[in-house]
Design a protein around this ligand. Structure first.
Ligand SMILES: Nc1ncnc2c1ncn2[C@@H]1O[C@H](COP(=O)(O)OP(=O)(O)O)[C@@H](O)[C@H]1O
Ligand SMILES: [Mg+2]
Length: 296
């Protein structure tokens, strides 16, 4: 029997419970793990353990699925990633791979990898320097979106068109020792596109419709069924590949100069997407993970 772990903050969250159900239906033994209960041992066995409530070795798992790793201190995040890397080195199939999670949690990193792969992305500047940021604000046409470098769900992203507001924002980010991550604003009408990629294949897609410029379902955008054109399908698959994701939620903005990829989510939710898709997305993920685990 295949042993699969789901690493999540909330086992009762919709996506995680769907996933657990799918694994069970496929005959795998599922357990929920939480980051706070993980330990790594060196020169001692087990190499990695989970306490719930007894310590249990986890390097024997065949596969481990990572749901949102959430916020944490720099120390926690680095330690968590190190633990995942060690498990991977021990032969546990980790989905997404730690490398993909690392790449995608940093929007700048994901974007330059996509640019290198020839994927169209918006013009973007990342800097700690307020003067450079101001110059870029003008260069990008005085209409920019400033996003948290490590953000998600549209939280904290702001659009700036006023130089005074932009300057104040940049100064306050710099003051907090943040990184200013700024992108030209792309007029895209009332929807954007989310494509869900599993193992190099798009399994579902939707339009996210909203009046405001942020089209995150979390912020109230309405999922709509969408027949993904072949061109966008190819783009989404290449974006997942460029960022090393085996499972990916790829965000695509339609624009005057064609579709632009704005980000790749390495731990995407699929609740909104499932509401407008016929494919059982949790089942697709579970099948993929088990087939990877069988291949060793
Ligand atoms: N450069 C941009 N121009 C216009 N709208 C944007 C731009 N970047 C992001 N958006 C809108 O904001 C939403 C959130 O941005 P995104 O880069 O996906 O970050 P998050 O991780 O917060 O989802 C997108 O779904 C899109 O609707
Ligand atoms: Mg997004």
């Amino acid at each position: 029997m295949m042993k699969v772990g789901i690493l999540t903050r909330r086992p009762d969250a919709w996506c995680s419970s769907r996933l657990a159900e799918a694994f069970s239906r496929l005959g795998a033994e599922v357990s929920f793990l939480s980051f706070r209960r993980l330990s790594g041992q060196v020169s001692m066995r087990p190499l990695a353990s989970h306490r719930a409530p007894d310590l249990r070795a986890i390097e024997e798992l065949d596969a481990l699925v990572i749901r949102p790793i959430g916020r944490g201190s720099l120390e926690q995040i680095i330690f968590r990633m190190d633990l995942l890397r060690r498990l991977e080195a021990e032969g546990v199939v980790v989905v997404n791979p730690p490398e993909a999670i690392e790449i995608c949690s940093d929007k700048y990193h994901a974007l330059w990898l996509m640019e290198s792969a020839g994927i169209p992305v918006p013009r973007t500047v990342a800097t700690e320097d307020v003067q450079v940021a101001m110059r870029a604000f003008y260069e990008l046409g005085r209409d920019v979106v400033v996003k948290p470098l490590f953000g998600s769900r549209g939280i904290g992203s702001v659009r700036a068109t006023d130089p005074d507001a932009a300057l104040r924002l940049f100064r306050s980010i710099a003051f907090q020792r943040g990184v200013i991550y700024m992108q030209e604003f792309i007029p895209h009408g009332n929807y954007d596109v989310r494509a869900f990629v599993i193992g190099g294949r798009v399994v579902a897609a939707m339009r996210r419709v909203a009046r405001g410029w942020k089209k995150n379902v979390y912020l109230g955008a309405r999922p709509e069924p969408y027949e993904l054109p072949a061109e966008l399908e190819e783009l989404a698959v290449r974006a997942a590949e460029a960022t090393k994701c085996e499972v990916a939620g790829v965000d695509i903005l339609p624009s005057e100069r064609g579709p632009l990829v704005i980000e790749v989510n390495s731990q995407p939710s699929w609740r909104g997407l499932q509401s407008v898709s016929k494919t059982d997305i949790a089942m697709e993920i579970a099948r993929y993970v088990l087939s990877r685990a069988k291949d060793g």
